[in-house]
Each structure stands twice: as structure tokens, then as C-alpha cells.
Design a protein around this ligand. Structure first.
Ligand code: GYE
Length: 329
């Protein structure tokens, strides 16, 4: 074979291999992406907390829809089953695969420095979604999109101030400790309790945002414990609490006031039915929001560092059946 022909074949082979390579392998040039610019597929590694709640399932679906092949993306989704170590491993895998962007929905706020430092060194932008992280160097992530959990806690407290008496015994079911959603919602309650000498928290424990745990906690309460309110930090724990109350012959929403967070469709129907008294909204549909961040970055623009989603709350007085039916999650 002529030298020229061999060279052409070698070039062709190199091109083909390049186009088929799944991603950058460890040790290759940092920041290089799988596909060349101009109509290329954008590869997004998404480290998701888990599948602990309706909120989380809605959130995962929203990301899958936003980062579809049709929209020009390849989404690599990793479910960390609520374990931070698994998220750290997932991020390292994303770095090794040379994804274009890493999206992280962090379990808890602390402990991210090392692995995000590795992503930064590899030149891969990290976008935070939902909960936040606590790091000294805020350049470890490009930006964050999510809810103001403290404002959610304050909204619940304000509703209690307006609707409930000055003497209150509160059972507090917390989300998983150290997560922003738990911290903000717990702080809102703690501050309100500090302002009201007649309000006491008679029981407080984490139910990790999980329905079965919410139920277990209520079932585990001493029989002689008297309480007026259950402050459940998400809908699924509220569902569990409702099941436990009903089993014990206590009417949720009537004998005991039920407060919840998320306001997914299933929970809103319970607000209409009078079993949940207040549900503070937390919107999980972050897929399109994260996608617009990536689109901005692709155009070389800088997204806002923090974007809060607008949210409201619902009680039986304000909620309409039409609002429940139009709920997308
Ligand atoms: O409220 C809960 C979920 O971080 C906002 O996590 C999220 C919370 C949400 O498991 O249902």
C-alpha cells in the first residue's frame, strides 16, 4: 500500500475512534468534551439524592424531560440512595467520563470541598440544584437553583400564628438532618416556638423525608403523649403520619392539625379533603431551569449565582379544585 493511502486510512481510523469514544478517559486533557462544538450533544452528569419522596420523583422526571436526546443532551443519571459517599463516587465517575457539566442535588450541606475541587481541576462546571452546600470557596460551583427553605418554614409559622391558639403542643417530624430543606424548615419552626411562650415541641425526630418513617415515628409516640399539631417537613412523612393517626382512631386535620411541605398533587387532594390543614409549596420542576443555566453557559454568558423559585402555600380556605387538577406533579 502506498504511504499516502496508509496515512489516509490511519487518519480515517483516528477520526472514527475519536467520534465513537464515549467520553474523555482519565488523564486526558482537562475540560475537553466528548463532542466538538457546533450542534454537538451536551453530556450532563446528574447526581440525584435518591427516590425518597414524591417531590424527588417529580424532580428526577423533570430533569429527564429537560435533558432529552431530542433537546440535544445525553443525561447520565445517578441515584445516590440518600448517601453522600455515593454522590462523591458518582461525581468522580462523571469526571472520569469527561462529561460537559455536572449537576448536583446535594444530600447534605457539608463535605463537598474535595470532590468539587477535583471537578474544578478537571475544568467541568458544577451546577447545584435543590439543596445547597456549605463551602468556603463559592467558585467550586457555577450557580444554584432551588427553593428558599427558611422562607417556607417561616410561611408555615406565620400560618400557625394566624390560625392556631397560643397554647400548642407540637410534634415535629424532620427531614434528613443536615439537608438544606430540613435546616430551613426546622429553623422556621424553632424561631416561632422561641417567640411563643405557649408553644412547645413535645416530640422531635428525623423521618428522613420518607413515608414509612413518618408513620413509624407517629406510631412510636407514647400513648399518653398529648399533642395538637404535627409539623411534617414533607408530604410523604405527612402521609405516613396520617396513616398512623387513622389506625389509632385519631382524625387527621380535625383532632390533630397537620402541616406539610412540598404540596404535590396527592397532598393537595388531602388539603381539599381536610386531612392536611396547610401545605407549603416546594416546586420540584427544576429541569428547565437548569437547562437554561447550561444554555447561558454555552453562549458564554454568566448565570445568576443564586436563583430562588417563587412559591406559595395552600390551605382548605384558599385552595381550589382547579388548582389541584392543574398540578403537574
Ligand atoms: O421537600 C422532600 C425531598 O430537598 C426540597 O427533599 C427537597 C426535599 C423535599 O425528599 O420531599
Amino acid at each position: 500500500m502506498k504511504k499516502g493511502t496508509m496515512l489516509c486510512l490511519a487518519l480515517l481510523l483516528a477520526l472514527l475512534l475519536g467520534a465513537c469514544a464515549p467520553a474523555r478517559t482519565p488523564g486526558t486533557e482537562a475540560g475537553a468534551s466528548v463532542h466538538e462544538a457546533g450542534g454537538r450533544e451536551i453530556v450532563v452528569g446528574f447526581s440525584q439524592v435518591g427516590a425518597e419522596s414524591d417531590w424527588r420523583l417529580g424532580n428526577t422526571q423533570s430533569m429527564i424531560d429537560a435533558f432529552s436526546a431530542q433537546n440535544g443532551y445525553r443525561l447520565i443519571l445517578d441515584d445516590a440512595q440518600n448517601k453522600q459517599e455515593r454522590q462523591i463516587t458518582a461525581i468522580r465517575n462523571f469526571i472520569n467520563q469527561g462529561v460537559d457539566y455536572i449537576v448536583l442535588a446535594p444530600t447534605t450541606e457539608r463535605g463537598w470541598e474535595t470532590v468539587l475541587g477535583e471537578a474544578k481541576a478537571a475544568g467541568i462546571p458544577v451546577i447545584l440544584v435543590d439543596r445547597r452546600i456549605e463551602v468556603e470557596d463559592e467558585d467550586l460551583y457555577v450557580c444554584w437553583v432551588g427553593s428558599d427553605f427558611r422562607r417556607e418554614g417561616d410561611a408555615a409559622a406565620a400560618w400557625m400564628e394566624e390560625h392556631l391558639p397560643e397554647e400548642l403542643r407540637i410534634v415535629h417530624l424532620q427531614g434528613n438532618l443536615g439537608s438544606s430543606a430540613q435546616i430551613g424548615r426546622s429553623e422556621g419552626l424553632a424561631d416561632a416556638v422561641a417567640r411563643h411562650p405557649g408553644w412547645t415541641v413535645v416530640f422531635e425526630a428525623p423521618g428522613d423525608f420518607v413515608q414509612a418513617k413518618g408513620q413509624e415515628l407517629i406510631e412510636s409516640l407514647p400513648e399518653d403523649l398529648e399533642y395538637d399539631v404535627i409539623y411534617a417537613e414533607n408530604d410523604n412523612m405527612a402521609f405516613g403520619a396520617i396513616d398512623a393517626l387513622k389506625k389509632a382512631g385519631i382524625r387527621p386535620g380535625k383532632d390533630v392539625v397537620l402541616l406539610s411541605f412540598d404540596a404535590g398533587g396527592r397532598a393537595l387532594r388531602m388539603v381539599l379533603g381536610g386531612e392536611i390543614n396547610l401545605d407549603v409549596e416546594c416546586n420540584p420542576m427544576h429541569g428547565p431551569r437548569v437547562r437554561s443555566v447550561i444554555e447561558l453557559l454555552e453562549r458564554g454568558e454568566t448565570p445568576a449565582k443564586y436563583t430562588y423559585v417563587e412559591e406559595t402555600w395552600f390551605d382548605a380556605e384558599t385552595l381550589t379544585a382547579a388548582e389541584v387538577d392543574s398540578r403537574g406533579y
